[in-house]
Write a protein that binds this ligand. Structure first.
Ligand SMILES: NC(=O)c1ccc[n+]([C@@H]2O[C@H](COP(=O)([O-])OP(=O)(O)OC[C@H]3O[C@@H](n4cnc5c(N)ncnc54)[C@H](O)[C@@H]3O)[C@@H](O)[C@H]2O)c1
Length: 323
């Protein structure tokens, strides 16, 4: 397969739009399915004339069946991606994430689709017993979101072993970069900007939790590149990979890095709220030796990845109503 037709579900979302960019830049044709529940046309306006966009939901089996004909590769990212939303509305994850994944797998079991690449998540591990986490470590999700991703992975693996659907599951850790309109970095940048607008100074930065939680932040462009490499390489078939960097950062060090990058260190005091929230876990760091062995991957250093998100924010989120 030198060039192929790739269907990206969730292609108008944060990671999905970068996956679309990566496949287009490598010369492939792309169809996007997105229901725009969280995605945004702004994310794909720069490539609007280069892709086919199908607005609809992966919950609709008939809609999907029509679209998988003639497709070579599927990158499946459409899902509710928010842990807290899943805690408040677990049915959302069951329908979009579990049934949606099942619908796609069922639609392709008797087709010529050559690769199904599933966006799983570090949330499948729950609170790990040790870090860095290996792919073989126990799966103990602590949120409906994590449970839906485990379920999706199991369907992917069973459709591989039972029906021969060539597939790979990517357990993505915390992605950061351009077009991320939520989660910790975005929230902190937004709070700083709000303070600046309202009070003319940043003064205090409120950070949820204790600041002690550890996350493995990976640049979204590296995640997108992993999808592309998986589409091209048969070594990944039937496998599951952690997609992170192997480096942990505390939320307190992240907040300090952000202040440093914006030159606010002298003027801004960080205040932690202290309390955690349901579905939150204290430590996530990926063991990425399997991915590095099979795909020989180099990851973008954290300060550079953070700067990508800050630059995007400064350029695009001046008007907070845009997202
Ligand atoms: N962002 C991360 O750090 C992270 C980490 C681990 C896994 N993931 C997974 O990667 C994928 C993308 O996450 P994201 O952060 O880009 O989230 P996102 O919300 O920006 O993207 C998800 C996209 O899917 C669309 N969508 C949701 N439900 C749909 C449905 N039923 N039918 C069609 N489209 C639907 C949304 O409109 C959105 O455009 C998700 O599967 C998520 O679980 C993300």
């Amino acid at each position: 397969m030198s060039t192929f037709k790739c269907l990206v579900t969730g292609g108008a979302g944060f990671i999905g739009s970068h996956v679309v960019d990566a496949f287009l830049a490598d010369g492939h044709d792309v169809i996007i399915i997105d229901d725009l529940s969280e995605g945004n046309m702004i994310n794909i306006e720069h490539i609007a004339d280069k892709v086919e966009l199908e607005i609809g939901t992966v919950k609709d089996a008939a809609f999907i069946e029509e679209l998988v004909e003639d497709v070579d590769v599927i990158c499946h990212l459409a899902a509710n991606a928010s842990v807290s939303k899943s805690v408040h509305n677990p049915k959302l994850d069951f329908e979009s994430n579990v049934i949606g994944t099942f619908n796609l797998l069922k639609a392709i079991m008797n087709t010529d689709v050559k690769k199904f690449i599933y966006a799983s998540s570090a949330a499948v591990y729950g609170e790990p017993e040790k870090v860095p986490i290996k792919e073989t470590d126990p799966l103990k999700p602590v949120s409906p979101y994590g449970a839906s991703k485990v379920s999706g992975e199991h369907y992917v693996s069973v459709f591989n072993s039972t029906y021969g659907v060539k597939s790979v599951s990517l357990r993505i850790f915390n992605s950061i970069g351009e077009r991320q309109p939520r989660y910790v970095i975005y929230d902190l940048l937004k709070k700083l900007m709000k303070n600046l607008c309202e009070y003319g100074e940043t003064k205090e930065l409120e950070v949820l939790g204790t600041g002690e939680n550890i996350r493995d932040f990976i640049y979204v462009g590296d995640v997108a590149r992993t999808f592309l490499e998986c589409a091209k390489k048969s070594i990944v078939d039937g496998n599951i990979y952690n997609v992170g960097t192997g480096v942990g950062h505390s939320i307190s060090s992240l907040a300090e890095e952000i202040l440093k990058a914006l030159n606010f260190t002298e003027t801004t005091k960080i205040r932690y709220t202290g309390s955690s929230w349901q579905g939150d876990v204290s430590k996530l760091i990926a063991d990425i030796s399997k991915l590095q062995n099979d795909l020989n991957f180099e990851f973008t250093p954290f300060p550079e990845a953070l700067q990508h998100e800050i630059d995007w924010f400064n350029k695009n989120i001046r008007d907070l109503t845009a997202f």
